[in-house]
Every structure is written in C-alpha cells, then in structure tokens.
Design a protein around this ligand. Structure first.
Ligand SMILES: [Zn+2]
Length: 223
C-alpha cells in the first residue's frame, strides 16, 4: 500500500523507524483494547486491564513481526525501513468502536538486489515470529499455573490472548495474495508455504477453548 508517500521517498528521506514502530504499537494497542472491551464499557476497569494485555500481546506481536522482516532484509544487505500507515491506524481505531479489529499498522519497505528465495525468507520471518510467539505464550501457561504469581488472572489472560492473537496474525499474514507475506513465501517455495500454513491452522483452530481449559485444569490439579 503506497498511498501516502512514494517508494523512493522512504529511502531518500528515511523515516525514524523507532518513532514509526512506537506509533504502530500505540495505535494497535488502543484499537485492540477498545475492540476487546466494547465501546460502551470504556470507563470501566476492564478497559485498563485490556490496555495492559493489548500493549504486551498485540503490540509486541506486531513490533516483533515487523522487526523480523527488517532484520532479515538488512541481513541480506538490503535497505529496510518500517513505516507506520497513519491512515489505516486511525481507521482501525475508529472501526474498533464497532467491535471489529483490523490489523494494518504499517509495513517494512526494503530495497536492494534480492532473489526470489531471499524475498521469500524475508516475508516468512514475520509470520514465523508470530507462530513462535504463539507457542511461547502457550507454554507460559505452565509456569503461571505452577507458580501462581501475583496478578494470576492477568497472567492467564496474557497467556491466552498471546496464544490466540499471535496464532491468528501468523496465519492471516500467510494469505497468498496481494500485499500479504504469504504471496512472497508461496512464490519462493510451496512446501515451506504449506508447512507454515499447516502450523498456523493447527495453532489457530485445532486446540479449542474447552480442550485448552481441560488441559489447564488437569495441570492445576497436578500441582
Ligand atoms: Zn509481514
């Protein structure tokens, strides 16, 4: 989506990546927390809790996704910058009042001599980061349940939202069309594409809420 600036502008006048990432993090956090709380409920304490959870889970899910693209692109010697998409961020905040969350914080732009394999790996790095985060949040349930730390309920929410949110974002970005990462991964290697999608589908759909809570209750009884 190059709707607000030209491709060359990004490299002749590079954005302040950290500021752009901060904007994307703040906007995404706000939109996700509003969507989760519901517009009529924003003066409640629940909104504060949801903001904390969103800042940790949604924010980090996006920031690490974009940083992964940037790290790999620069590793191949390309120039790469993250640019927040202000218009879509504002729109996503407005739409969150309707109970809908759209994920469009911005993108990493890269320029340099890259072959189809390198582009594919740069694209793959984003969704893989989310799938790994999803698994990490899932495993984080274990120490939380065993150790029962302070703010136990908040920890459980962070684990749950972190697991679900990252699985979904990882899978969503593997859509093999348009500006999505999946298009470049598929263009490089259909087998890598298929395995990544299979893992995304598994994490997103195979473990139902009731199965998950069954496992967690068994775990809680054991300790
Ligand atoms: Zn991406």
């Amino acid at each position: 989506m190059r709707d607000f600036t030209s491709f060359d502008d990004i490299f002749s006048r590079p954005p302040n990546d950290n500021f752009e990432l901060l904007k994307a993090w703040a906007g995404t956090t706000l939109a996700f927390a509003i969507m989760q709380t519901g517009a009529s409920n924003l003066l409640s304490g629940e909104f504060v809790t949801n903001l904390i959870v969103a800042a940790i889970v949604a924010g980090i899910g996006f920031v690490l996704h974009e940083l992964a693209h940037r790290v790999v692109a620069r590793g191949y010697g390309a120039q790469a910058h993250f640019m927040a998409n202000d218009r879509w961020l504002l729109l996503s905040i407005l739409i969150s009042f309707l109970g809908v969350f759209i994920a469009a914080p911005g993108a990493v732009w890269h320029r340099g001599k890259l072959n189809i394999r390198q582009s594919g790996i740069i694209a793959l790095a984003g969704p893989v980061t989310n799938l790994v985060l999803s698994v990490l949040f899932l495993f984080l349930f274990i120490p939380v349940i065993v150790l029962r730390p302070l703010w136990f309920d908040l920890w459980i929410t962070i684990c749950y939202v972190g697991f679900r949110f990252n699985a979904w974002i990882g899978l969503f970005n593997m859509i093999p069309a348009g500006p999505f990462d999946g298009a470049k991964v598929l263009a490089w290697d259909w087998k890598v594409f298929a395995v990544t999608v299979a893992i995304g589908v598994g994490l997103t759909f195979l473990l139902s809420d009731s199965a998950l809570s069954g496992v967690l209750q068994t775990l809680a009884r054991m300790f």
